[in-house]
Design a protein around this ligand. Structure first.
Ligand SMILES: *Cc1c(COP(=O)(O)O)cnc(C)c1O
Length: 222
């Protein structure tokens, strides 16, 4: 199936106009599809599965910025630690500590986003408000020198109820603004990753500065 270059041009312009970063979510899609968008200047790609990312990364241009947006298991961090650009789905201190450990092993600082649960569905991962607060105030967080918390990520309910979806994004923006006021050596709240194919305009309207778009660009996943 062909990639949608018109959708890409339209969404890319929308992002430029609203100072947001576009992540092209390429999970389950072939390397040849990524090459088509790369040729148009797209450098940021999102993947959900470690094995798939590990297979794609070596055969594609090395200046691609790989965003890991899926649920990452601690025992798999080591496979992506050397090259991953940003890990979006961090939802436990245990995972954060493992990313720090693998960052140290690879002599680098790994940037991450904390995933916050904002939807009213049971199926989505993420920290609740109290867990987010506890993690950010953990006394040992500043000792994790090989990890840097760059912002927050969230997924709204899968719904066409605009008021509901916007209220969930608004909540995450509120938490982001609060967290921004923290002064910790390895926290630098700059990125608010929210918005997908079905809700990215609402997300940007509510303050998102990074959207993750799959199906509008690559077509439906099988
Ligand atoms: C798959 C996925 C996306 C992209 O979803 P689309 O609806 O296809 O745009 C974005 N974010 C996460 C976390 C995903 O898993």
């Amino acid at each position: 199936m062909a990639v949608d270059k018109e959708a890409f041009a339209r969404i890319k312009k929308y992002c430029t106009d609203h100072e947001a970063t576009l992540i092209a979510v390429s999970k389950t899609k072939p390397v040849s599809d990524i090459e088509e968008f790369y040729a148009l200047g797209q450098l940021d790609y999102g993947e959900n599965y470690v094995q798939e990312l590990v297979d794609k990364q070596p055969v594609l241009p090395q200046d691609i910025r790989w965003h890991f947006i899926g649920h990452l298991q601690s025992n798999k961090v080591k496979y992506i630690a050397l090259f991953v650009y940003l890990i979006h789905g961090v939802d436990s201190f245990k995972l954060l500590k493992e990313i720090n450990k693998q960052g140290a092993k690879n002599d680098r600082v790994i940037d991450v986003l904390l995933q916050v649960f904002i939807a009213n569905e049971e199926t989505k991962f993420g920290l609740d408000e109290q867990e987010l607060d506890a993690l950010l105030h953990d006394a040992t967080l500043p000792t994790l020198e090989n990890v840097r918390i760059k912002g927050l990520m969230g997924m709204a309910s899968f719904s066409d109820d605009e008021a509901l979806v916007r209220s969930e994004f608004k909540k995450l923006k509120g938490l982001f603004d609060l967290a921004k006021q923290l002064d910790l050596p390895n926290v630098s709240m700059e990125v608010l990753s929210m918005g997908m194919s079905g809700d990215y305009e609402w997300a940007i309207g509510e303050g998102s500065n990074m959207i993750r778009i799959g199906s509008l660009l690559f077509g439906k996943r099988g």
